[in-house]
Design a protein around this ligand. Structure first.
Ligand code: B12
Ligand code: SF4
Ligand code: SF4
Length: 327
């Protein structure tokens, strides 16, 4: 690689840092080695009801990121912390997984990603397709790409762990036709899972069936966010008073002691909520949601990850959490 392209990679990293990304590293667009693990995961039905995970053409680009952009040469992998200090916790946050304590990341990361893509496009020759921005918005294996770029290492709990950011961070990518020098993956010794296994023991439903193998059919994150319809009573007690997502495997992980405080804006309960949640109770929240039409719900929660399960899904989860709080 020429000195020019090394300098350009550094300039892109500087721009990414200015835009708020705490890590930025580059990998190529060759097919991913983790493709086989993905196909096996799908074959075993571990995707539960997420049918979109196995559909074409999305599956092709998961296996081979070059399918997303003709002539793609590089993937710029980015990370942004969503970690917050617990003393700042508002009472309603204890039932919500940390990633949803900040505003919806699809919405938060869109602008800085587009800005970075524009910056990259300024260096792309005329007539070459513009860069593509992804943050869980395109079918790519974000963790595997970020692992290859050296942002972190996938742990037994499936999450990507970074030596700088710990566990609580989002991933995003800019895929470009520019050929940039690739960064090296982290050394395998970085990950200490073999001597640990705490996440597997902490999972309250046995969803982590083996190292790296998450069965979404048993995962509370899947059940409370993505699953539509009833939740099997088998999982009620494991939910406790949590009603949105699950962090137990991440909380158990020693790497979560790294606390890189997020600068992303916090999500707050809508102003319409009595006293803005100071005296929050599960009953009050249920009552509040029951009083909203679907359209009002969409308006009030549009910048929140809580919009993903929708009003019906949230109410389902809250009622289980409420009954758990009484036993
Ligand atoms: C579907 C999905 C889910 C599903 C399924 C999760 C799963 N583990 O697959 C559900 C709803 C359960 C979920 C939950 C969560 N998710 Co989610 N999810 C996704 C999504 C859209 C696709 C993931 C996917 O392709 N899964 C299929 C599996 C097979 O792939 P994989 O997870 O990458 O697994 C790889 C490893 O297991 C590895 N592997 C397998 N065997 C082996 C063996 C060895 C030796 C090695 C080294 C690796 C290895 O290869 C696999 C394929 O790459 C991504 C966004 C994206 N487009 O990538 C976000 C994403 C993975 N989710 C994210 C987050 C934040 C979460 C939650 C923390 C949210 C929460 N608190 O509730 C939890 C974490 C649960 C967990 N322990 O994984 C972040 C993760 C960031 C990070 N630092 O890793 C992502 C990247 C979104 C983002 N843009 O930031 N999620
Ligand atoms: S998110 Fe919760 S239920 Fe899912 S694997 Fe982790 S600990 Fe288990
Ligand atoms: S809890 Fe232990 S085994 Fe699990 S991902 Fe973290 S370091 Fe690895």
């Amino acid at each position: 690689m020429s000195l020019e392209s090394l300098k350009l990679r550094e300039r892109i990293k500087e721009r990414a840092a200015e835009l708020g990304f705490e890590a930025c590293r580059v990998t190529g667009t060759e097919p991913l080695d983790e493709g086989r693990a993905l196909l096996e995961w799908l074959r075993q039905g571990n995707y539960a009801g997420m049918e979109w995970m196995r559909r074409e053409p999305g599956l092709n680009s998961r296996l081979n990121p070059a399918c997303l952009l003709p002539g793609a040469k590089s993937v710029i992998c980015l990370a942004r912390s969503y970690c917050s200090d617990s003393e700042e916790e508002s009472p309603y946050l204890s039932g919500i997984a940390r990633y949803a304590w900040v505003k919806d990341y699809h919405y938060l990361l869109k602008k800085p990603l587009e800005e970075l893509a524009r910056f990259v496009d300024e260096y792309t020759p005329r007539g070459v397709p513009a860069a593509v921005c992804c943050t869980d918005s395109h079918p790519v294996l974000e963790r595997a790409l970020a692992q290859r770029a050296g942002i972190g290492v996938v742990g037994w709990h499936n999450n990507l762990i970074s030596p700088k950011l710990g566990n609580y961070f989002f991933l995003a990518e800019v895929i470009t036709c520019l050929e940039l020098p690739e960064d090296e993956p982290l050394s395998e010794e970085f990950c200490s899972c073999v001597h640990c296994g705490l996440c597997l023991r902490a999972c309250p439903t046995g969803a982590l069936e083996a190292p790296y193998r998450l069965n979404a059919r048993r995962c509370l994150s899947y059940l409370t966010i993505e699953h539509r319809g009833e939740i099997s009573p088998e999982f009620y007690s494991a939910m406790g008073e949590r009603f949105m997502g699950c962090d137990r495997c991440l909380e158990a992980c020693p790497w979560s002691r790294i606390n890189r405080r997020s600068t992303l804006p916090r999500w707050r309960l809508p102003e319409e909520f009595p006293e803005n949640g100071k005296d929050f109770s599960l009953e009050d929240f249920i009552h509040f949601l029951e009083g909203l039409s679907n359209r009002q719900f969409q308006r009030l929660f549009k910048d929140s990850s809580l919009s993903r399960p929708g009003k019906a899904g949230l109410l389902r989860n809250l009622r289980i959490a409420l009954s758990n709080s009484k036993t």
